[in-house]
Design a protein around this ligand. Structure first.
Ligand SMILES: Cc1ncc(COP(=O)(O)O)c(C=O)c1O
Length: 385
């Protein structure tokens, strides 16, 4: 079967957050991380069938839904998970906040490595906990974002209880290697930290690299790991609010569940139907998507190198459909506003922990024609200095 990623779907005047932001303005939205593609036909068929059933009561995952998740983990990562390890959540950001409540007391700290997805830094403060940061370091010669090990050791204190890992990493698009993850696991064990590993982008690896779920590194680290996963980014289903935490250790799982009590909504029947179809029957679509995203990545890298002087993509985009652009050389005080003025909506790197005016994040999960038009507008924006 061939899948069509090229034909634009008009999302203007719909419920789309991404497009509503610029309603009535000629600005192409390449900001929030959802893609402008229709979901896989296999997922749409499952949703149609579920709607045709016509009864939408409170839902629980069926055995076949759990089997689809477990089957994907086994097939893709050699990870055998028990059904009892799964905690279903209406979103991964919910999972980050719950992990904070479960693993750190008020006043205790959560450690993360910016630049990073903003809720990694806001969840601790929302929950009355501290956030401490050990920024990633760009190895300019190697073109790689690296964990800054000395900074980690200098930042961790006895009050630090939780480490937030983003792998693959949003926004720098790195896939951490097994040896780096093993070193991180050793760090967490030595400092008695729970490891909360957000692996939402793990099925979106563009290069020939392996995703290693942190919990597969060994039984000791598995016992203190909360893995957050979802079909949402890969299969473009984030509006269906279906995510999961995978927590092998029963005591840690109980703590996590206790922190959800009374405040975390249940996943709904459409979310379960879509999740089962995505993990169970969505593999051909996912492979086609990855090929399309590789094409978009190549187009972006080529265009940026030739036509966007002052915009630097400093390291390979190994995974995700997100590009982290260094725009400091452009010297714009407010680069987001400048690019909006020229018709492109990007995410401000400031929210990810970057210096004001230094970085933007660009979402290339859209038809190539949209990307091409956005990049042409960016070229005009760059020229207008
Ligand atoms: C690393 C990461 N975690 C979590 C999320 C959001 O997850 P959810 O929509 O399930 O809350 C995103 C969305 O971009 C993300 O990039």
């Amino acid at each position: 079967m061939t899948y069509d990623f090229d034909t634009p779907v008009d999302r203007r005047d719909t419920d789309s957050q991404k497009w509503q932001k610029y309603a009535g303005r000629d600005i192409l939205p390449l900001w929030v991380a959802d893609m402008d593609f229709r979901a896989a036909p296999e997922v749409l068929a499952a949703l149609h069938a579920r709607i045709d059933h016509g009864v939408f009561g409170y839902a629980r995952p069926t055995r076949s839904t759990i089997d689809a998740v477990a089957g994907a983990m086994r097939a893709r990562y050699g990870w055998t998970i028990e059904p009892s390890w799964l905690v279903w959540l209406p979103g991964l950001v919910v999972g980050l906040n719950v992990a904070v409540r479960a693993c750190a007391q008020p006043g205790e700290a959560v450690l993360c490595t910016p630049p990073v997805y903003p809720p990694f830094m806001t969840a601790p403060s929302h929950q009355g906990r501290q956030v401490t940061t050990a920024p990633l370091a760009l190895d300019v010669a190697a073109h790689r974002w690296e964990i800054d090990w000395p900074a980690l050791e200098n930042t961790v204190t006895p009050r630090t209880k939780l480490f937030f890992l983003c792998n693959p990493h949003n926004p720098v698009a790195r896939v951490f290697h097994r040896d780096e993850l093993a070193r991180l696991a050793e760090f967490c064990l030595r400092h008695d930290l729970v490891l909360c590993s957000d692996e939402i982008h793990c099925d979106l690896i563009l290069d020939d690299l392996l995703h290693v779920p942190a919990a597969t590194l060994g039984s000791e680290i598995a016992r203190r790991t909360i893995t957050l996963m979802a079909p949402s980014k890969t299969y473009n289903l984030p509006g269906l609010g279906t995510s999961l935490a995978i927590i092998p250790d029963s005591e840690l799982r109980t703590r996590f569940l206790r922190a959800t009590a009374g405040i975390v909504a249940e996943v709904n029947c459409l979310g379960y139907a879509a999740c089962e179809a995505a993990y169970g029957r969505g593999e051909p679509w996912r492979r086609a998507l990855l090929a399309y995203l590789r094409g978009n990545r190549a187009f972006l890298l080529d265009f940026a190198a030739r036509e966007l002087p002052g915009v630097q993509i400093e390291a390979p985009i190994e995974a995700t459909y997100l590009a982290w652009l260094n725009v400091a050389a452009l010297g714009f005080k407010d680069p987001v506003a400048h690019f909006e003025k020229h018709g492109v909506g990007l995410s401000d790197g400031r929210h990810f922990g970057a210096q004001p005016g230094s970085y933007l994040r660009l979402n290339f999960g859209c038809p190539r024609a949209t990307l091409s038009e956005a990049l042409s507008r960016m070229k005009r924006a760059v020229a207008d200095r």
